[in-house]
Design a binder for this molecule. Structure first.
Ligand code: ASN
Length: 310
């Protein structure tokens, strides 16, 4: 994006509205978790010796510090698990850097720099955190409809309060009925947010816990927006047993050395069972506004493969 374009878009009324929604989304999500559910907000981690390997390829972004190499955070997953030693219920507005392949600039859903509200709860089951995420989404939408109905009306968005519980679709069933592109198809068809659950082990990272009663199936979930807006969130129960962690890392073709300090930590202190999820804030705002692209609702957007002067 050229400097001139950047300058011009800053005074667009649409962007101003989007940023007001963005600000209110953060406020309501935070209010809900702090005031209604006793969660503690923790500061985000920006650089770390290890970060989320993610299940899809991204280019590593690193910084050299005092002769050591740190990665920029792709998600706070490992820190969330470790934070369970200090606190029972946490969340963070976590800036993530993911250098996605250039093709992803056209999806409408990808920025290389974005923020997710990352939530984790000690000794919680998948069921507990799905319930929590539903309440969080419903609370936030209700509050936005109360406070920002003028904005939503002015952009022609007829936003509905989702009905609880959200529908669930098992990964295998979605794949069988809709083929590889099931997520897009299901999202387009849906009128309300829904869950994709029981994702196959090969499709996710080692930290999502395998169901001990159903080998190969994870105790995880994705939240999908309706009307074609696609993925909102991913999360699940976490793997906390070291032998399983080793097994899962090997299954991914990764090595324990890649996650050295995490493994060292687990050896020395162990992990506490937990479950959690992360909801992308820009994607949430895009859904609320009914916008075409996350770029359109972001003050300083950075799309994959492009250079931005600001
Ligand atoms: N935040 C996600 C989770 O809690 C992880 C991710 O963003 N990859 O599972």
């Amino acid at each position: 994006m050229k400097l001139e374009q950047y300058g011009k878009r800053l005074s667009s009324p649409y962007l101003r509205k989007a940023m007001k929604i963005h600000s209110d989304v953060r406020k309501f999500m935070s209010d809900f978790l702090k005031n209604e559910r006793d969660f503690v907000e923790i500061p985000p981690v920006i650089i770390s010796a290890i970060t989320d390997p993610l299940n899809h390829p991204t280019t590593k972004s690193q910084v050299q510090v005092y002769g050591y190499t740190y990665e920029l955070t792709k998600s706070m997953i490992f820190h969330k698990q470790i934070a369970m030693h200090a606190l029972d219920k946490i969340f963070s507005f976590s800036p993530n850097i993911r250098l996605e392949p250039t093709e992803r600039k056209k999806t409408g859903r990808h920025l290389i720099e974005f923020t997710q509200i990352d939530v984790e709860q000690k000794n919680a089951s998948r069921e507990d955190v799905m319930n929590l995420a539903e309440d969080l989404v419903i609370y936030t939408i209700k509050k936005l409809l109360e406070k920002d109905s003028d904005i939503l009306k002015s952009v022609g968005r007829d936003l509905k309060i989702p009905t609880k519980p959200f529908k669930r679709i098992a990964y295998a069933e979605a794949l069988k009925n809709y083929g590889e592109d099931f997520e897009t198809k299901l999202s387009k068809e849906a009128k309300e947010p829904f869950w994709l659950i029981d994702i196959e082990i090969t499709e996710r990272e080692f930290y999502d816990r395998e169901d001990p009663t159903r080998p190969g199936i994870l105790l995880d979930m994705d939240l999908i927006y309706p009307e074609g807006f696609g993925e909102a969130s991913s999360g699940g129960e976490r793997e906390y047993e070291l032998d399983q962690i080793y097994k899962r890392i090997a299954k991914k073709g990764q090595t324990p050395e890649q996650f050295k300090w995490y493994i060292e930590f687990v050896k020395k202190f162990g992990l506490i069972p937990s479950a959690g999820f992360g909801i992308g804030i820009e994607r949430f705002v895009r859904f609320v506004m009914g916008a075409k692209d996350v770029k359109d609702v972001t003050l300083f957007p950075k799309a994959p493969g492009e250079y931005y002067p600001i």
